[in-house]
Design a protein around this ligand. Structure first.
Ligand code: SF4
Length: 239
């Protein structure tokens, strides 16, 4: 029996995809983003609730009346692609039930993307950095796997929302954001770009887990400083 390892749930999420959504955070991630605020999702064998795809669908069906015509379910993480069999099976059941499906991912799985993407309506793709060097610096891993996933998304013609965290001194310069804009223009079916200001809400988790936090000296980013860039992206991608 395929079992999923669930880190946590959000029953009525409003920020991870369109409309009102149930957000399911799956356990496990192979990246180690410097600014990650969920280090407790990293370990594949970390503390998690186990559920079958059928059990997930039973929960989603209870929330279905709240989804309306735009909402649905978002699988996030951690990295949801790492639980590929569970994810593909659950997505397939969601589509059978008429539930809109969304993946919130950095694209860093283990292949098997076709089985997942054929049941996916929308991909929220987290661009860590648009250069190989920058990607390695931020995540500790080479960029290739995320490019493989993005290629598969493009082949399936799935709409994409890009997400990017602007970290002071790391990914928030004019040069960097221009480079990001140019790189994102090369991706097909982008409907939206969301620039996310760096925050420090996850820092206490590092302390509690005894993991060194590499951005200790970096202040949170004020969202207003991104407004001009966000407007430019909106104008280009949402028209
Ligand atoms: S991909 Fe997400 S969960 Fe994984 S380390 Fe990066 S921010 Fe954290």
């Amino acid at each position: 029996m395929t079992m999923g390892r669930i880190h946590s749930w959000e029953s009525m999420g409003l920020v991870d995809g369109p409309g009102i959504r149930t957000v399911i955070f799956l356990q496990g991630c192979r990246l180690r983003c410097q600014y990650c605020h969920n280090p407790d999702t990293w370990e594949i064998d970390g503390r998690a609730e186990t559920k079958t795809p059928e059990e997930i669908i039973a929960v989603l069906n209870r929330f279905k009346p709240y989804y309306g015509s735009t909402g649905g379910v978002t699988f996030s993480g951690g990295e949801p692609l790492l639980q590929k069999d569970f994810l593909a099976e659950t997505l397939s059941l969601c589509k059978e039930q008429g539930i809109h499906t969304c993946l919130d991912t950095a694209g860093y799985g283990n292949g098997g993307y076709e089985d997942i993407l054929k049941h996916t309506d929308l991909v929220l793709f987290d661009v860590k950095h648009y250069t190989r060097e920058g990607y390695l610096n931020i995540t500790g891993q080479p960029m290739d796997e995320s490019l493989r996933f993005l290629q598969a998304v493009q082949e399936f013609n799935i709409p994409v929302w890009i997400r990017h965290v602007a970290v002071p001194g790391l990914t928030d310069s004019r040069e960097h954001l221009m480079g990001l804009f140019e790189a994102v223009k090369q991706i097909k079916n982008v409907q939206k770009v969301e620039l996310l200001p760096y925050h420090v809400l996850g820092v206490p988790k590092y302390k509690a887990m005894g993991i060194p936090y590499r951005l200790e000296q970096v202040p949170p980013k004020d969202a207003s400083e991104l407004e001009q860039w966000q407007n430019m992206m909106n104008e280009y991608f949402q028209n």
